[in-house]
Design a protein around this ligand. Sequence first.
Ligand code: HEC
Length: 107
Amino acid sequence: MTTRLCLLFTLLLCAPAARADDAAELWSRSCKSCHGPDGRAQTRLGQKEAIADMSQASWQKAETDAELRDVIANGSSHNPKMKGYKDRLTPEQMDALVRYIRTFKAK
Ligand code: HEC
């Protein structure tokens, strides 16, 4: 019983931290190859496809969370290279990625 309680507390303590790391990990696993580690798309495919620089304040302002969420879930209607992730990611993961993209904004 005590062991189980201990385990539960450990899980509860670790959960929020794990979630924050999740988005960063997801990004490097699934998005970085095209969008770059910092969202600036300084990658071969990023240059070729002229992917937007997500660190630009103007880009951050022009895109609403709903728009980002939609492209992540369903892909881009302008470029088939950006595929939809709704079959591979949970809604929570996609929301986390939207928040993660917001951290790219240049200071
Ligand atoms: C195979 C390369 C590739 C991968 C991998 C990729 N993207 Fe993209 N992404 C693109 C391209 C190309 C565009 C530009 C689409 C356009 O012009 O509308 C794009 C556009 C976007 C946009 C919209 C940008 C805008 O200006 O409207 C978002 C948001 C986005 N990607 C998020 C992600 C996320 C999150 C992941 C990982 C889960 C990801 N992408 C993985 C290629 C990729």
